[in-house]
Design a protein around this ligand. Structure first.
Ligand code: GLN
Length: 537
């Protein structure tokens, strides 16, 4: 096999949640900053076809790409670090692999052969890994294998890596194994045994790690590195420590200081140079030296989980740095909000964001939050369900359409100001059937969004079934809530604003998915600015 693309496989050992995605993204950043066209792919061993059907409690936020793929939240990190779009090809699950193999079997493509995990499933995995490499768009493809080495689910993936490393030949495919080096406080020692075992487990599947990245809470002393190198068959320079960082955005520099990029490039027989991180470090500089501080309320129903609103939290970090403002995000559970508690919970905030979401639970609290900030001139930003709540609140409290609702929450409402699109009415399958991916939106003159985007037509990513009901558009507009962004092809309302309020913007799309370190999202930047101004008033 001849290839020009180089492959890096990232596996995880000992435990989950070691931050493989951040290590992969940080390495990719260092390679990209040396001129290598780099992309990252995530292989997830679960049997769901995609995470679109997974509860955020199970799997955190579902990230959406330009081409409408519902993906793992790690793809969000890849885009935020690299500022390059990912696509369906960047996230593959076992469900998708099997679906594709079974469809081929039904079409008779295996010519009567018995279809097996090896070679048919592993071939499918290898093909999916190489789709990005074969596109000619990348010099280096980093493939992150979800799960932990030794899991039953991971076996076909590790086997595919073993085969592919062999097929690709020397210097074309390497394995980085991410492990944990725990500190036992009773013994006062860092322990290498879990790492030794995890490297051995990998070797039982015929895969030798080329580089070890060791997650640790304390500095790894020299003798411990020597020991790990000796027991795990890697060079000492290839034992990299990954110490806890105060922000994920520090990790590229930490990896640079450890020489991860150098070791990797050497193993791949590629030249290394000093990565140009000027823009990245300027961002860090601004992020770490804020000149002011604000508090934004994030109203949602998954607030106890950091990962459920990942992209929104990261977008605030980017927008905060851009404004040189520290943004404290106060998560407020919408089920804890009612007419009585709303003032006490929201009065001190400089801005309020009502989050995306599905289903009935907690929506009355969200509507109450919108009412409070609308009446008290607190900057408001509603995203997807948050925008729908703003429309419902306006219909109920300003238009006096008492039982106005979304048909998602109340199918029998007499005022369905948010309802199902015609083409959604006949859909029965839940997976992959929402309005997904990038859609165009035409912006109205003299609006906040027009001033923010400085463009007539924008595209933003969507993930929803329900829409602003245009039967109510005239009434709502006459009462002072203005549709300022509309899909030019379908006439669907994508943005609403209230011009009599200092900063009130609801968007049907998800701007948070497109915010990156290099390109903080302009709407988040403007919202943080409005909240900062609100505070100083
Ligand atoms: N549940 C709403 C819908 O399906 C909003 C979805 C969302 O916030 N992503 O339209």
């Amino acid at each position: 096999m001849t290839t020009t693309t180089k492959y890096i496989f990232v596996t995880g050992g000992v435990t989950s949640s070691l931050g493989k995605g951040i290590i992969a993204a940080s390495l990719a950043k260092l390679l990209q900053a040396q001129g290598y066209r780099t992309t990252i792919q995530k292989l997830d061993p679960y049997i769901n076809v995609d995470p679109g059907t997974l509860n955020p409690y199970e799997h955190g936020e579902c990230y959406v790409t330009e081409d409408g793929a519902e993906t793992d939240l790690d793809l969000g990190h890849y885009e935020r670090f690299l500022n390059v779009n990912t696509s369906q090809a960047n996230n593959v699950t076992t469900g998708r692999i099997y679906q594709s193999v079974i469809e081929k079997e039904r079409r008779g493509e295996f010519l009567g052969k018995t279809v097996q995990v090896v070679p048919h499933i592993t071939d499918e995995i290898k093909e999916r890994i190489q789709i990005l490499g074969n596109s000619g768009d990348y010099d280096i493809v980093i493939t992150e294998i979800g799960g932990t080495v030794g899991d039953i689910e991971s076996l076909p993936y590790i086997e595919a890596v073993r085969q592919l490393k062999w097929d690709l030949g020397d210097n074309n495919g390497i394995v980085i194994h991410l492990t944990l080096v725990p500190f036992l406080s009773a013994a006062g020692e860092l322990k290498t045994k879990p790492t030794q075992h995890s490297v051995k487990t990998l070797m039982e599947s015929g895969v030798q790690a080329d580089v070890l990245v060791c997650r640790t809470e304390h500095e790894l002393p020299e003798d411990l590195r020597t020991k790990l190198a000796l027991f795990c068959n890697v060079r000492e320079e290839a034992v990299i420590q990954s110490i806890d960082a105060s922000t994920i955005y520090d990790v590229p520099n930490l990896m640079l200081n450890q020489g991860l990029d150098k070791v990797v490039l050497k193993k791949l027989a590629l030249n290394s140079s000093k990565p140009d991180l000027t823009q990245w470090n300027q961002f860090l500089q601004r992020h770490k030296n804020p000149k002011a501080e604000i508090t934004i309320g994030l109203i949602g129903k998954y607030v106890e989980l950091q990962d459920s609103y990942k992209s929104i939290l990261e977008a605030f970090i980017h927008a905060g740095a851009e404004n040189e403002v520290k943004v404290n995000v106060e998560a407020i559970h919408s089920e804890h909000l009612d007419t009585k508690s709303v003032k006490e919970k929201l009065a001190h905030l400089n801005g309020v964001l009502v989050a995306p979401g599905f289903g009935e639970r907690g929506i009355e609290g969200k509507i109450e939050a919108v009412r409070y900030v609308r009446e008290n001139n607190i900057p408001f930003f509603g995203i997807c369900l948050g925008m729908q709540m703003a429309v419902i609140e306006y219909a109920r409290n300003v238009l006096k359409l008492q039982d106005a609702n979304s048909t998602e929450m109340d199918p029998n409402t007499s005022h369905p100001v948010i309802n199902l699109m015609e083409e959604q009415k006949h859909i029965e399958d839940k997976g992959g059937t929402m309005r997904l991916g990038a859609w165009a939106c035409q912006l109205k003159e003299n609006s906040i969004v027009k001033a923010v985007y400085k463009q007539d037509v924008i595209t933003e990513r969507h993930r929803h079934r329900f829409e602003f009901n245009n039967a109510y558009r005239e009434q709502i507009e006459a009462a002072g809530m203005i549709p300022t962004g509309v899909n030019p092809d379908t006439g669907l309302v994508e943005v609403v604003e209230i011009p009599s309020h200092p900063w009130f913007v609801g968007v049907q799309y998800h701007p948070e998915y497109k915010s990156t370190v290099a390109n903080p999202h302009p709407l988040f930047v403007a919202f943080v600015k409005a909240a900062t101004e609100h505070k100083t008033k």
